[in-house]
Design a protein around this ligand. Sequence first.
Ligand code: ATP
Length: 293
Amino acid sequence: LLLASRPLRALGTLNIALQEGLGGLQRVFDVIDEPVAVAQAPDAVALPPGGGDLRFEQVSFRYPDGRMGLDGLDMVASPGLTVALVGPSGAGKSTALSLIPRLHDVSGGRITLDGVDLRRLVLPELRDAIAYVSQDTLLFDLSVMDNIRMGNPLADDTQVFAAAKAAAAHDFIEALPQGYDTLVGPGGQRLSGGQRQRVALARALLRNPRVLLLDEATSALDSESEAIVQHALAHLRHGRTTIVVAHRLSTVRSADLVVVLAQGQAVECGTHDVLMAANGLYARMVRNQAFSL
Ligand code: ATP
């Protein structure tokens, strides 16, 4: 693979790359083996220019087995802002994320990106505009270089290095036995958890997505790795719309908007301070230490 010319390699990884941006979500939702539920509209339109204005309007979603995932969710993520989704287990946070790249289509209501119903958009353009980063983003048993380049198979080495630097990954990569050519092992097992996350962040940065979907880790990294990852994330969030399923108090405090989900609906929304003052479900969650520090 390393010997292949760039265009050839680009073609080979393009398909993986398209899937991989969303691979983690697909695994989370087990949709890989489900029949393809979404299709591109025959008269699909290109994604217009925009800053990533994302709106859920009375969105309902029912899983194929009949379970209610969302039940009339209203939510607005304005361009460049970070929205934290919080709520009890089963509230619909992951379901809401999964609808944005159209892993499923809404059963009722609609979701728009920069003014266009997601179902009207050319599907690869929609998915190209989105990056998903989770605690267990999939790494392939390829070199670090190839793993990062999956974010954009057409990126040159300089762009890969820049993304790695921005993700605070460059220094540790250079210190690996073969630097950027080091094979990461199956699932990336030769890297630590914090290193894997930073490779995943570099990949997402290379994609330069309009919308960033984050599923924040519940499992703790050591505090130094955590600080580095948080710093890289702050960089990644800059200049794009971010929706984060938040498990940390620092994340919800720094979000521009916190949307509290319960039973598939937004039951509260506002900043941390406003919601604390409102003394409702969110304030109860904070008091009951539902968030890690
Ligand atoms: P958690 O914090 O535990 O991850 P969540 O807020 O992300 O929870 P979801 O996973 O979105 O909640 O679940 C919302 C509802 O949809 C729950 O009732 C859940 O049981 C149901 N659900 C989620 N995934 C599926 C699925 N693949 N098939 C059927 N029902 C599902």
